[in-house]
Design a protein around this ligand. Structure first.
Ligand code: MD3
Ligand code: FE
Length: 205
């Protein structure tokens, strides 16, 4: 398949190099306040290869005992997540076409062998808001399909500075990260890839 599924907007090069560098500094500050941790799958307790943290009033977490969920505190430090940096909120206002700010920004860190299996994001109560994704550092091969696991998928490369807005029909699409392309960016001194996903979790009252 060549075309992106309806509702997927991929904007290559949305952030220039200086905006990417500024965001990396913002994320370093987030990680100092809320360290990356190793998420584990519900039931099996198998470790994910991606390291995670969050900023915002809510963060997405998972562990063996309690599974996938949003919560207001870091699972290991017990502290509230740090706020979402203004530069990210500004990007959301520019692209989300949704009247309220995001509540969660999940920070995923991929080392050179990390990947993320095909999954749906459905732990949020509000699906009217899009998910806004920003890629920083090494490129990856991203895959997205339809709303059933068996639907055909399209794959494309996400490069540092790319933005993807997943809204409308694509909001419940299966998607994943098949591989990282090591040493394809000089943005992160020690290599790897950061993906930021801003999400609205609760429905407005
Ligand atoms: C399509 N992250 O954190 S970002 C995730 O690159 C996640 O780290 C990937 O999948 C990453 O859940 C992909 C692009 C993305 C994010 C959310 C989506 C694509 C999506 C939600 C619905 C459909
Ligand atoms: Fe996802």
């Amino acid at each position: 398949m060549l075309a992106l599924p309806p509702g997927v907007r991929h904007i290559p090069g949305f952030l220039d190099r200086s905006a990417q560098e500024a965001l990396v500094e913002d994320i370093r500050a987030v990680v100092r306040a809320a360290p990356l941790y190793v998420p584990t799958m519900p039931g099996s307790g198998k470790e994910m290869s991606v390291r995670m943290t969050n900023c915002g009033t809510l963060g997405w977490v998972t562990d063996r005992e309690r599974g996938y969920r949003y919560q207001p505190t870091h699972p290991e430090t017990g502290k509230p997540w740090p706020p979402i940096p203004e530069a990210l909120l500004s990007i959301w206002r520019a692209v989300a076409d949704y009247p309220l700010p995001p509540e969660a920004c999940l920070v995923n860190f991929y080392g050179e062998t990390a990947k993320m299996g095909l999954h749906q994001d459905r732990d949020e109560a509000e699906f009217a808001a899009p998910v806004v994704s920003i890629s920083l550092g090494d490129a990856c091969l991203f895959r997205i399909g339809g709303t059933t696991r068996a639907a055909p998928t399209v794959s494309f490369r996400l490069e540092s500075g790319d933005l993807v807005v997943l809204g409308g029909e694509s909001r419940l699409s299966f998607h994943g990260v098949d591989r990282i392309y090591p040493a394809t960016s000089t943005l992160l001194k020690n290599g790897g890839r950061i993906n930021l996903t801003m999400r609205r979790v609760t429905k407005p009252v």
